[in-house]
Design a protein. Sequence first.
Length: 581
Amino acid sequence: MDGKANNAPAIGIDLGTTYSCVAVWKHERIEIIPNDQDRTTPSSVAFADAERLIGDGAKNQATMNPANTIFDAKRLIGRRFSDSKVQDDMKLWPFRVIQGPVHTPKIVVTYKGEEKEFLAEEISSMILGKMKETAEAYLGKVVKDAVITVPAYFNDSQRQATKDAGAIAGLNVMRIINEPTAAAIAYGLDNKSDINGKINVLVFDLGGGTFDVSILTIAKGDTIEVKAVCGDTHLGGEDFDNRMVDYCAREFRRRSNKDLTGNKRALGRLRFACEKAKRILSCSTQTSIELDGLHEAIDFSMKFSRAKFEELNMSFFSKCIEIVEECLREAKMEKSCVNKVILVGGSTRIPKVQCMLEELFGRKELCKSLNPDEAVAYGAAVMAAKLSGELFSVVIPRNTPIPTKQSKYFFTSEDNQTWVDVNVYQGERTRSTDNHLLGTFMISEIPPAPKGVIKFMDTFEIDENGILTVTSEIILTGKTEKLTITNKNGRLSKKQIEKMVKDAEKYKQEDQEYKKKADAFNALEDCIYNMKNKIKSMKKSRKLRKMEDAIVDTANWIKHNQAASVDEVQRMKEDLETICK
Ligand code: AMP
């Protein structure tokens, strides 16, 4: 698994607070890469006596080694020790955090008998390294390039620290993208726009410990603007579990007159059973919790209904909806202007949460076809494939009526990139190489800048003859390059055929009119011919002269009145016949 030639495709990583997920573009679709147990990996690192454990291994021994099992590194990364959030969170963690140099927080653990200090970046890099290894084992190749997601509210320092964590893990971080943006990309919404050229997307992300709402406006040409971000950094599935645990503990006391809340092992077992029951209640309306010898050798068994679960957690669900409304107010957007609502995070599987969102926005607006734990990694992998040229973007969709003109923005993908190849394809397949390459051109003299900074506008224009002109413009300097592709293969375009069919219909009607008129003139000329024959055998008379004059006049009239209507021609014939009777 070494050597550049054996490099794997770029991967997308959702580096979550409690769980992380990795995905890749493979076999013409996005694949979520499972570790040896699951499709998501706990964002936990444990330092045990003899070894370091990452992911499931770390989480599984957490209760036995709480002081040296690190989780929530995402709550620390890029923050100062004095940050009020850090100070508040520290009170909840079983591990120790101290102030390091330059106000950075440091996590203190005992590893192989020695005290060690780690920055949050280092812990996150261990998790990213685990995701990289998981992908390498799955792909059988060295993974280098990755897109990593962060919350939309992350500031520069938090983004940079996440990027550093990627670099420590040996990854080339192609781009850091916002989690809600990744979710919108996963649902293909970056390529959609309504008649106004934009759509509004609300991303509702309810995970294990955090709740984030983001409102995005996606404009034609791939620009995704974050309009507002709201949330609660301590609201999620774990709170729902806690309410269930409290309820069960009360029930245990009511039945046995014993308090189990001081018994850590009993509480751990109860929490585990409650979380499992909660998941079951997302698809069944009833379940049961059975725990033998829970506390002081007393068994615990009780039925739990979905209705009870909802009643216990209703205040949390209502709070979620209030935060959604707050986010709408911040974005200055009416709920009716939200075109799509994307569900992200495991807790959005809860039927009551979905039901409340449906009530607010309507059923058809909800996007929930992707696994909510995987949507962000999915979108990150789409972005990774796009950035590495594996995927291409559709600018003019099939069946778009021509003439048409559409533009899309693109960005440099490397630092100090001086030129870009623009490859123009025709086709519907997602991978560029599966489509028909129509032409290629280069735009150079790009001003030096870090990757992703220089913006291009590529405009695709098809005229009524199907001739495609692609213009690429460096927005900063205004420099443009152009490519014109004509329909050289001589086949008629769909539009040309449609025009011919329409023409044929129009002509058919005109042909019928013409035939009627031609028939009328023919009948008049036949009449003149017959009259001329008739007068040949007639003796000279006033009647004969009248008839001769009428025949000459009618013949002249025909010569000068070719535009006459059918009726007029028929009237001339009737007059001639009357005179010649
Ligand atoms: P995440 O951080 O997005 O991975 O979300 C994990 C949270 O989702 C945990 O609190 C889980 O208990 C919760 N979760 C996962 N599946 C379900 C489900 N089917 N019903 C309710 N909650 C779930």
